[in-house]
Design a binder for this molecule. Structure first.
Ligand SMILES: Nc1ncnc2c1ncn2[C@@H]1O[C@H](COP(=O)(O)OP(=O)(O)O)[C@@H](O)[C@H]1O
Ligand SMILES: [Mg+2]
Length: 310
C-alpha cells in the first residue's frame, strides 16, 4: 500500500481540482460529493458537481427542479447529470463520424445501425467518452473545482479501466489492419484514426493520474469493508491518487439497546479499517437520524469533512 500516492492536503495551490467520489452503492457518495461541491462554492470558487451515475440524485439532494444541463444551484455552484443518452449524443458528435469511417470501410453498415452497435457491443467507448468529457471540462477551465459523483464501484472501476484496455487493443490494431487487404487510400486514414485513438486513451489515463483525487466512501459493514482492498489494489495498479477514505454512517450514540448493539457491531469494522489503512487520511461521518437533503443538511456533512481546513 505504501506506493499508493496519498494526498495530505485538500486543496492544491496550483490549478483546478477534480475530486472524485467512489464506493459501493448507497454508501453516501452523492451526499459527500454534494457537500464537497457546496464547500468549494461557499469559498466563492466556481464549482460544478457532475454525476456519471445512471440514476443521478444530485438534483434531488439539492432540491432542484430545473432541468437545464448544467443547472445552476446557486452562485458558484452548478450540477450536471450525465445520462447515458446524453453521453452517447456527445460521443456521436465528437467521435461518431471518425469511428464510422473505420467501420464502414470494413463492413457495409448504415449509420444508425452502427450507433446502435456501438452502444450495445462496446459500452467501453462511451465510458471513455465520459472521461474525455471530464478531461475537456477541466481543460476549458471554466470551473475551479470539478466534483465527480460516480456510479457504484464496479461500473466505475471498469470505466477507469477502459482507456488502458482500449489502448492495449489499439496498440495491436495496426498489425491487424496492415494484414487486411485494403488499398493504401483507405488504410492510411484508418491507421491515423487508430493512432489518434491510442493517444487519446493514453492522455485520458495521464489525466486521471495527474488530476483526479480519489475519495473512497465506505460504511462499517462486512461487504463494504471487504471491497475496500480491491479498490485500493486497483488505484495502486493504475497509479491513481487517493485523497481520503470516508467511513460514513458511523453510529455514535448509544442511548438505546438498539443503538448499543449497532455501535458494537460497527466497532470491529471501523478498527479494521483504521488498522489496514493507517497511512491514509480517514474521516468518520456520523449516521444522522434524518434524511440528508437540501443545503442546510448538507452543511452538516460539509462541516465534518472540512473541519480542519477552516
Ligand atoms: N451520514 C448519513 N446519515 C444518514 N443518512 C445518510 C448518511 N449518508 C447518506 N445517507 C442517506 O443514505 C442514502 C444514500 O446516500 P447517497 O449519498 O445517495 O449514496 P450513494 O451515492 O453512494 O448511492 C441517501 O438517502 C442519504 O440521504
Ligand atoms: Mg449516488
Amino acid at each position: 500500500m505504501d506506493k499508493l500516492i496519498i494526498l495530505d492536503k485538500l486543496v492544491s495551490s496550483n490549478g483546478n481540482t477534480i475530486t472524485m467520489f467512489t464506493g459501493k452503492g448507497g454508501v453516501g457518495k452523492t451526499t459527500c460529493a454534494a457537500a464537497t461541491a457546496h464547500h468549494y462554492a461557499s469559498l466563492e470558487k466556481e464549482t460544478i458537481a457532475i454525476s456519471t451515475d445512471a440514476t443521478p440524485s444530485l438534483s434531488h439532494l439539492f432540491e432542484l427542479t430545473r432541468k437545464e444541463k448544467p443547472a445552476k444551484v446557486k452562485d458558484f455552484l452548478s450540477i450536471h447529470e450525465l445520462g447515458m443518452n446524453e453521453v452517447m449524443e456527445m460521443w456521436d458528435k465528437k467521435f461518431g463520424a471518425e469511428v464510422y469511417a473505420v467501420f464502414s470501410s470494413l463492413v457495409s453498415i448504415d449509420y444508425s445501425k452502427f450507433l446502435e452497435f456501438m452502444t450495445s457491443v462496446l459500452p467501453g467507448l462511451s465510458d471513455e467518452f465520459m472521461l474525455d468529457y471530464i478531461k475537456e471540462l477541466n481543460e476549458k477551465g471554466e470551473y475551479e473545482n470539478i466534483i465527480w459523483d460516480t456510479a457504484p464501484l464496479g461500473q466505475t472501476l471498469s470505466l477507469l479501466e477502459t482507456p488502458a484496455l482500449l489502448r492495449k487493443h489499439l496498440r495491436m490494431a495496426p498489425r491487424i489492419y496492415s494484414k487486411l487487404r485494403l488499398g493504401h487510400k483507405s488504410k492510411k486514414p484508418i491507421m491515423d484514426i487508430l493512432m489518434h485513438w491510442e493517444e487519446a486513451s493514453a492522455e485520458i489515463m495521464d489525466f486521471i493520474r495527474e488530476r483526479v483525487r480519489f475519495n473512497i466512501v465506505t460504511i462499517p459493514e462486512a461487504l463494504a469493508v471487504e471491497q475496500l482492498a480491491d479498490t485500493f489494489h486497483k488505484l495502486y495498479e493504475y497509479g491513481f491518487t487517493l485523497q481520503q477514505l470516508i467511513i460514513n454512517n458511523v453510529v455514535k450514540r448509544k442511548d438505546s439497546d438498539f443503538l448499543m448493539a449497532k455501535v458494537e457491531q460497527q466497532k470491529s469494522y471501523i478498527e479494521t479499517i483504521h488498522d489496514s489503512y493507517s497511512n491514509i487520511k480517514i474521516v468518520e461521518l456520523p449516521m444522522f437520524p434524518y434524511e440528508l437533503k437540501g443545503l442546510e443538511r448538507l452543511k452538516e456533512i460539509e462541516n465534518i469533512l472540512f473541519k480542519n481546513t477552516r
